[in-house]
Every structure is written in C-alpha cells, then in structure tokens.
Design a protein around this ligand. Structure first.
Ligand SMILES: [Zn+2]
Ligand SMILES: [Zn+2]
Length: 117
C-alpha cells in the first residue's frame, strides 16, 4: 500500500504524475514523480475541465509551487460513518493539472493496448 500524495488515502497502486517541484528543480530539472490514486486522478481531470480558480491558496498541493494561479480539485476521502466520504478541497497549479491529463492519457493508451492483445 502507498499513500496518495494528494489526499493521503492508501491504495495498492498509485498513478505516477510528473510535476515540476520548485524545491528540487536544481536536482531534477525535468521534473519529479508524485503518486496519486485513481480517484484523485479523476478529480484532477474534472478540475482541469472546470478550471475553478482558488483564491488565497499559498502553494500547489502537489508540486509546492507558489505565486501562480491555482485551481480547485475536490478529492473524496473515505470515512467510517455516513456518508462514508468527505470532500476535501485542494489547490493545484495549471502545470500539475496538465501533468494529470498526461497520466490519464497514458493509462488510457495502456488499456487500449491490453484490449488488443
Ligand atoms: Zn488521493
Ligand atoms: Zn503544481
């Protein structure tokens, strides 16, 4: 099990998303990987379509970049009583949203591949 780096929920497998973390940019100029679960990947996809601006966010919840426009990502965290999840709002930068789209496209392409074999 591994914890999703966006919502913190543990899953057997995570989806790798390539982000530009400004704090390690010197060491990893082409970007580093973050692991998020499939639910969050879908939330990011929705967020990318809706592009709801977040005002007052200090930094991107995935890559940590500051002073750029942020967009709302609504994640669902499971809880042990009704309604068995709660919505937690996160703020992501545009580049992370696009990185999530890349991951989604890659996964879809992989699924297609499996289908043909
Ligand atoms: Zn998550
Ligand atoms: Zn970001």
């Amino acid at each position: 099990m591994a914890d999703c780096e966006l919502c913190g929920v543990a899953r057997p497998t995570l989806c790798p998303v390539k982000v530009n973390d400004p704090s390690v940019k010197a060491a990893y100029p082409t970007g580093t990987w973050r692991g998020i679960n499939e639910e969050c990947l879908n939330s990011c996809h929705e967020a990318n379509l809706n592009r709801v601006p977040v005002n007052g966010a200090k930094k991107c919840d995935l890559c940590g970049i500051k002073n750029v426009p942020f967009f709302l990502v609504r994640t669902r965290v499971p809880i042990f009583h009704e309604p068995y999840h709660r919505e937690v709002d996160k703020a992501l930068c545009e580049s992370c949203l696009e990185a999530c789209e890349e991951t989604l496209k890659r996964r879809e392409a992989e699924k297609e591949e499996e289908h043909h074999h």
